[in-house]
Ligand binder design. Structure first.
Ligand code: NAG
Ligand code: NAG
Ligand code: NAG
Ligand code: NAG
Ligand code: NAG
Length: 654
């Protein structure tokens, strides 16, 4: 199509919908000061405090009572006395909930940090209750400064999180860094996975390298060749009792080689040194790991929580062959879905289809066509996702949350393709092979935003066609005694694909996201469009017996005329291959719109066609040489009358 222009929602706006900015504030770096002292933050922004030499805290107060804990306020807990110029591994992060000023101080009494002016604000006004005025009040505040009596971190209304990062196997060394952790109850210990194949499993002091008999944590094995992998395992320190953990990898005896650690180990008696020695003494007894993972903790890969898995959280490749961070090979049709993609999709294909004893050729044809469409969609979405992911050529275009959404759409297309192949396999019917596709957005890197635009518009067309075919399939298989079982799966897929279309519409800055756009197109027309526009070569793909033996010529849409306000298309000109060689004239354009809409208008001299006023949103056009066609009929009724098409046209905002 020549003249549609697609615009992308400004990145800043998407970022605001998706996630706030992240601010870093240093605490006690070089002086008794927060730096910056005041942060201008928007709702949804996060503020991370990093702690330096001497024991500091960040504690919330009111403006009127500096150095006094605000009722329901946050408290970071004190952090260890670390280096003057290297931040402590423990951080505290709050989330800004509104634009009202937030006041805070360091509650260290040894040296009266607050009264010395170690105070801080978020969104302090520039007149009246300013940061300077707050500092003046702090200087006169009564001593000592206040901390919660139990000295444990408090989340408060701003959801403060105290976190310690632990590197797992950094630089391929068999160790946790740090391994000798002293942390307050309530702190999140976040294990970050590095290359090799490690795990973090809780044990008792007495039995190193074996899981706790009940209730211990386990990350499961997280193999990766990528650094940083983006995979983390988070646990929360429950109390101040000692916690012992190890890596259960038997290849290389990680635990016995000292890849163990402790949280709050005593400094005498059962020390970490004693635990390391005990672990070394078990050499010869293989380490074990609980069969399920994760247990008592959360595995996250670049922001996506992984619910359950069995050892394949991350792509097995080192990512260098691909185009971006999210690269993983697309499984061939009929192969099992990798757990990572199943998690990205938010679930697997239906568990129970209630398969009847036999299946009709019509149903087989629809299943093969759905496999065909989902394979193209999967390749489009997965390729776009890998370009948009960290390391990909479009990595700066969207925030990670949007990239993850596209990844989950790709993974859902894989689940949908598996729905079709599972059913075909059940009835011993032929699966199609995968084809090579024309993905125009992958060529030429000169204008990434235009390419992202092209990617979105390809995905959108495929989604609309998939919905059209699902609708046609539902209408037809539901009339067969042994076809009705498929209807719930088809309807679920329409729901998923409708949501995906809404996301793509939103990214294209179209109002239409919530409008009805479920267009019903005879499956054969959709097949023709996809084969013509997206398939490069399908040598390995089996033929779909129920599909026509010819691809229809493409309709070119030209001279798009609009109303004065530019909001609605009123007239177009259509051209197609062999236009004047066709036998029977006159011709009509059949306009196939949302909700079963079908209109026919005559093609006038010069190929001009008026757009029916009742249409809105996306409309598909087909050139026919007879006026008497209807939707929902057998393709036989269309077969003899279609001349060219289909093609898509954006007619107006609804
Ligand atoms: C805290 O660190 C500073 C310098 O980093 C050092 O001079 C001081 O002795 C330390 N205090 C304690 C209690 O470890
Ligand atoms: C990771 O290690 C476990 C335990 O040795 C093993 O079962 C699994 O196959 C390994 N995964 C990879 C990808 O090497
Ligand atoms: C762990 O820390 C304690 C106290 O901070 C110290 O006594 C001990 O030597 C440390 N052990 C290791 C193995 O670093
Ligand atoms: C997560 O992001 C990091 C870089 O930020 C990248 O190296 C890694 O490959 C990503 N992981 C996945 C599974 O996409
Ligand atoms: C197909 O299954 C139905 C029962 O659902 C049965 O009545 C019919 O005879 C079967 N047809 C064939 C050809 O096996």
């Amino acid at each position: 199509m020549k003249s549609t222009s697609w615009s992308i929602l400004p990145i800043t706006l998407l970022a605001a919908i998706a996630e706030g900015a992240h601010h870093v504030v240093t605490v006690g770096k070089g002086a008794l000061k927060f730096n910056p002292e005041n942060v201008a933050a928007a709702v949804g922004d996060t503020i991370e405090y990093q702690f330096f030499a001497k024991k500091h805290s960040v504690t919330q107060s009111s403006f009127d009572k500096p150095c006094q804990l605000l009722d329901g306020g946050f408290f970071s807990g004190f952090t260890p006395n670390e280096s003057a110029d290297v931040a402590a591994p423990t951080t505290f992060t709050i989330t800004v909930k509104d634009t009202k000023p937030i006041w805070a101080y360091c509650s260290q009494t040894n040296g009266d940090h607050c009264q010395q002016g170690m105070v801080h604000s978020i969104n302090a006004p520039s007149s009246g209750n300013t940061l300077d005025a707050f500092k003046e009040l702090a200087k006169k505040a009564s001593k000592p400064s206040q901390s919660p009596p139990d000295l444990l971190p408090k989340a408060g209304a701003l959801e403060g999180v105290r976190k310690l990062n632990v590197e797992v196997g950094v630089n391929t060394e068999l160790k946790f860094s740090p391994n000798n952790i002293t942390e307050l109850p309530g702190t999140i210990v976040s294990f970050k996975f590095n290359p090799r194949n490690h795990s973090v499993v809780q044990s008792s002091f007495d039995k190193p390298c074996q899981p706790l008999e009940a209730g211990g944590f386990s990350s499961g094995f997280i193999p990766t060749a990528v650094s940083p992998s983006g995979a983390t395992f988070d646990i929360t320190v429950p109390d101040d009792k000692p916690i012992w953990f190890y890596c259960a990898q038997t290849t290389g005896n990680h635990c016995q080689s000292g890849m163990v650690g402790s949280i709050n180990a005593p400094s005498s008696g059962n020390t970490l040194e004693a635990f390391i020695a005990k672990a070394a003494a078990t050499l010869g007894t293989p380490s074990t790991i609980p069969p399920d993972a994760p247990l008592k903790g959360t595995v996250t890969v670049n922001g996506t929580v992984i619910q359950s898995f069995n050892g394949a959280v991350l792509p097995p490749s080192d990512g260098t062959t691909g185009t971006g961070g999210g690269e993983v090979a697309i499984p061939s049709p009929g192969a099992a879905i990798p757990p990572q993609m199943e998690n990205m999709a938010g679930g697997a294909q239906p568990a129970n289809y209630n398969w009847p004893p036999n299946i009709s050729d019509t149903t087989v044809g629809f299943l093969q066509l759905l496999q065909y469409i989902d394979d193209v969609l999967l390749h489009i979405l997965w390729t776009g996702h890998s370009y948009l992911s960290p390391g990909g050529k479009w990595e700066t275009i969207y925030p990670q949350s949007i990239v993850s959404t596209i990844g989950s759409m790709a993974a859902q297309s894989l689940v949908h393709r598996s729905t079709a192949t599972d059913c075909l396999k059940h009835y011993n019917k032929e699966l199609l092979g995968t084809c090579s596709y024309k993905l125009a957005f992958t060529t030429d890197d000169s204008d990434p935003k235009a390419k992202v635009d092209e990617f979105l518009s390809s995905a959108e067309k495929l989604l609309l066609l998939a919905i059209a075919v699902l609708t046609d399939a539902a209408a037809k298989v539901s009339t067969e005694v042994n076809g009705q079982w498929l209807v719930p799966a088809l309807v679920s897929e329409v729901g998923a694909k409708g949501r995906m279309t809404a996301v793509v519409n939103m990214m294209q800055n179209r109002l239409a996201a919530a409008a009805p756009r479920e267009v019903w197109i005879p499956a054969e027309l959709a097949w023709s469009y996809i084969t013509e526009n997206f398939v490069q070569d399908c040598a390995s793909g089996a033929k779909i017996e129920t599909m026509p033996d010819r691809i229809l010529p493409k309709v070119e849409i030209e001279d798009i005329k609009k109303t004065a306000d530019g909001k609605r298309v009123t007239e177009i000109k259509v051209e197609w291959e062999n236009k004047n060689g066709g036998a029977s004239s006159p011709n009509w354009v059949a306009w196939i719109g949302p909700w079963g809409g079908l209109e026919l208008t005559e093609i006038k001299a010069g190929g001009k066609v008026e757009v029916p006023k009742s249409l809105y949103g996306h409309v598909w056009i087909v050139v026919v040489n007879e006026k008497d066609v209807k939707l929902g009929g057998r393709y036989g009724e269309w077969k003899d009358v279609v001349v060219a098409g289909p093609e898509i046209l954006w007619v107006s905002q609804p």
